[in-house]
Design a protein around this ligand. Structure first.
Ligand code: N01
Length: 538
């Protein structure tokens, strides 16, 4: 056991992360009677909802299905306050789940994995942490989220900035008091679109630095009362079944109508009604072909532009906010509360940096090719090194000393997004190559956790211990993921789905576009066939 050092304990399973996926994975492992421990960098459970405490942070999926569905107890005992709850409530929910299932005692919080190395002699992973601990386990399950590696762009001069700066994904627990402050917000993705209206209400002045305009539709959040919950709970079985059988984990049937088969008036009426209803449904609730056909997509894009022009008083600002050059929905679509209206406020300035970007940060503000903006606070709403970032930051070394960085030098390759060839007994919840971020995340997470638990259980029953994908199966799946990404319009935008937001990152479309229901069926088929495509050994 040469690489072992002082191993304090050998476990059956180590789970890294205590968000939606890590909590459920620990619960499932315990249900199987396995010796499982969890490691979490944060001070408590919550994952993305622990870190993303920025103003306006809330859920983009509706609360009645953005939750665990595996436990009747959790379903029965929790009522959400609104359609799109805010971050503190979702964090409270995950803390409630952790307490109700007694999960905290399995986790070491405030502990970050610094490296994990496969030891072929013992068939164990050796996991080292930043607290100086060394643990070993037969299986490691990464539950680190797809959007947890914060991206602070390398803008020259940041180190000399005299004010405060924050990344939305690492927001201070005590909050930030914007009163009397001049604030620069950099980024207009889902996060920036949620944050800007709230910061604008508090700050003396808000400058929104926009590199690419975004399409957003109203969320139409509203409170939900006990009566509504009684109704929903009476048909929860149906809701859960619908999410599981759906394309993207939403309990709705997509439209079967083309946007091109209606007259302009009829189509506009559909869009108006969806605009009033609010939420993601705008993308697929009216027409099935918005992400399949450029002409269909353009009808939705133009409708949103017409809304921007009608809502934003200054026509020049409205034009700058109008997205062009990429299809609606090809980047992850945000939903908002008062985003466009925010630009009608006297204390908000849109700074268009689409041409030259930000030149540098100075000690007193943010400089572009055209002007210097004096600010005392900078908010980076600049997103994440998505999907691969959290995994690559953990120092993972597989068989024969091969690091994950080396393995993925040309982009991520996985089998079913669940495992990587040459990295035995390492499972990646919502890993690259799975539907993950294209779906309602808790639905995908539950599917992965249950599959992984079932796999470990099957191995145990068969007296086997080691499982990893055959290279040819992983290559075939990776090719299939790439091929699927060519379907529809997803590839027509510079999005974080393909790593375009991180300078130098290999452009590979990372999530699987084939749909959750198909994907679930494929995973079940593989398990039922005795783990076809995997190599299994004692
Ligand atoms: O990050 P993003 P996000 N100079 O990458 C800009 C999930 N989420 O944190 O478009 C200037 O989408 C960048 O510009 P451009 C959700 O899945 C969920 O907003 O690359 N600007 C863009 O405007 C979401 O998609 C919820 O040209 C720079 C912005 O920063 C994902 O998280 C809520 C820049 C980044 O947008 C990520 O969203 C919020 C630079 N150097 C988020 N670098 C829920 O409600 C980047 N930008 C569940």
């Amino acid at each position: 056991m040469s690489s072992a050092g002082q191993i304090e304990a050998v476990h059956d399973v180590i789970v890294v992360g205590a968000g939606f996926s890590g909590l459920y994975m620990v619960h499932q492992a315990r249900e199987l009677g396995l010796d499982v421990v969890g490691i979490e960098a944060a001070g408590g459970p919550g994952g993305t909802w622990y870190w993303n405490r920025y103003p306006g942070a809330r859920c983009d999926s509706e609360s009645f299905y953005y939750c665990y569905t595996f436990s009747q107890v959790l379903l029965d005992e929790w009522d959400w306050s609104s359609r799109y709850p805010e971050q503190p409530e979702i964090l409270r929910y995950l803390e409630f789940a952790a307490d109700r299932l007694d999960l905290r005692r399995s986790f070491s919080f405030d502990t970050r994995v610094e490296s994990m190395t496969w030891d072929d002699d013992t068939s164990h992973w050796i996991v080292r942490t930043d607290t100086g601990r060394t643990l070993a386990a037969t299986y490691v399950v990464t539950a680190v989220g797809c959007l947890s590696a914060a991206n602070v762009p390398a803008v020259p001069g940041l180190e000399d900035f005299g004010g405060d700066w924050f990344h939305t994904g690492r927001w201070p627990h005590e909050g930030v008091d914007f009163a009397g402050r001049k604030v620069a917000q950099i980024g207009t993705g889902s996060t920036g679109i949620q944050a800007a209206p709230v910061i604008a209400r508090e700050a003396e002045h808000l400058y929104v630095f926009q590199r690419t305009p975004n399409f957003t539709v109203p969320a139409r959040d509203r409170p939900m009362d006990r009566e509504e919950w009684v109704q929903i709970k009476s048909r929860y079985d149906e809701v859960v079944r619908a999410t599981k059988e759906s394309f993207a984990g939403f309990p709705y049937t997509p439209s079967s109508q083309s946007a091109l088969e209606l007259s302009d008036e009829e189509r506009t009426a559909v869009y108006e009604s969806l605009w009033e209803e609010g939420g993601f449904k705008f993308l697929w609730g009216g027409f099935f072909d918005l992400l399949l056909d450029e002409r269909a997509n353009e009808t939705a894009a133009e409708f949103i532009r017409s809304k921007i022009r009608s809502m934003v008083h200054d026509p020049e600002v409205a034009e700058k906010l109008c997205p062009t050059g990429y299809p609606y929905g090809a980047k992850r679509p945000p939903i908002d509360t008062d985003y466009y209206e925010t630009f009608n406020r006297d204390n908000v300035t849109l700074v268009d940096i689409s041409d030259d970007g930000i030149t540098r940060i100075t000690p007193t503000g943010v400089e572009t090719a055209h002007a210097h903006h004096d600010v005392d606070t900078i908010v980076f709403a600049t997103g994440f090194d998505a999907m691969t970032g959290p995994l690559l930051r953990m120092g993972i070394t597989g068989r024969d000393g091969l690091t994950l960085e080396e393995k993925w030098a040309d982009g991520p390759t996985t089998y079913l997004g669940l495992q990587i060839a040459g990295f035995p007994n390492l499972f990646t919840i919502t890993g690259p190559g799975s539907p993950s971020v294209l779906t309602n995340m808790p639905t995908s997470i539950e599917q992965h956790v249950e599959w992984i638990a079932g796999c470990i259980d099957d191995l145990r029953r068969q007296g086997q211990q080691v499982i990893e994908p055959a290279q040819d199966a992983a290559d075939a799946w990776t090719d299939h993921v790439a091929e699927a990404s060519q379907f529809g319009l997803f590839n027509r935008a510079d999005s974080w789905y393909l790593g375009a937001n991180i300078p130098g990152k290999k452009r590979v479309f990372m999530p699987y576009v084939g749909g959750l229901a198909n994907y679930r069926a494929k995973c079940e088929e593989v398990a039922a066939s005795g783990y076809e495509g995997f190599l299994v050994s004692p």
